[in-house]
Unconditional design. Structure first.
Length: 252
């Protein structure tokens, strides 16, 4: 299937490693120009070099997504340098943390990062003939997982907000969808840390997948590429769970 991504312009936040980087790589391999941001300069530089080697235009900037002004400036700069925005992937996550500070961090990065990123990109998205926005949530937003946390709760809010945006801006040609990954394993990620620090939990999580394996960043990236593409042009307001059967809900 030709996804129709050749020449599209995509912004991905939190894209120096893991799901964000895999998404940028997948979109670049499909011919899309990409703008990425992350906090760590060294990893960002390596990601920029990798993406540039794929023959597309690349914009890479060090940005703290919790800083609303910095995020909006990045989106505006990316739109100018790429020549527009067709795709926005809000992937950056503060991963919560303990106490009120953890709640504030997750609120500012996961939820408000998506809200502000969308607002900053909206004029360019409305000018696109194939605008698509993807919010990266989590299966921890759809069922209880590891207790009450800011991460779970605010990702749930992200799912609701995405649906509202899809209704509000569908008439303007802007599609908005959410993807919720299950446990995803990649080098330097949370599940590699869990594997080392809590091996029993890690092994039980593997067993809870029907196939006995955690997902990869590439599994999510391919789902993002499809939902972002004109090939998914009649899909908006959807919440796609990509978890290898880890969650056990029955959806009708």
């Amino acid at each position: 299937m030709d996804l129709g991504l050749q020449g599209k312009k995509a912004i991905i936040t939190g894209a120096s490693k893991g799901i964000g980087l895999a998404t940028a790589q997948t979109l670049a391999d499909e011919g899309a120009d990409v703008a990425i941001c992350a906090r760590g300069a060294e990893a960002l530089e390596a990601a920029e070099k990798d993406l540039s080697s794929r023959g597309v235009k690349v914009v890479a900037e060090s940005v703290d997504v919790s800083d609303g002004d910095a995020l909006q400036a990045f989106v505006g700069d990316a739109a100018e340098k790429l020549g527009g925005i067709d795709i926005l992937v809000s992937n950056a996550s503060g991963m919560g943390g303990a106490g009120e500070e953890g709640w504030r961090n997750c609120f500012e990065v996961d939820l408000m990062g998506a809200v502000r990123g969308f607002e900053a990109a909206l004029p360019s998205l409305q000018a696109s003939d194939a605008a698509s926005v993807i919010f990266i949530a989590t299966t921890a937003a759809v069922e209880t997982f590891m207790g009450p946390t800011a991460y779970n709760s605010l990702k749930g809010a992200l799912v609701v907000h995405a649906n509202g945006l899809s209704q509000a801006f569908g008439g303007a040609g802007v599609r908005v969808n959410t993807i919720s990954p299950g446990p995803i394993y990649f080098k330097g990620g949370s599940w590699e840390m869990i594997e080392k620090a809590m091996p029993d939990m890690f092994e039980q999580t593997k067993k809870d997948h029907p196939a006995g394996n955690l997902g990869s960043a590439e599994d999510i990236a391919r789902a993002v590429a499809f939902l972002s593409s004109p090939a998914a042009g009649h899909i908006t307001g959807a919440h796609l769970v990509v978890d290898g059967g880890f969650t056990k809900r029955v959806n009708f």
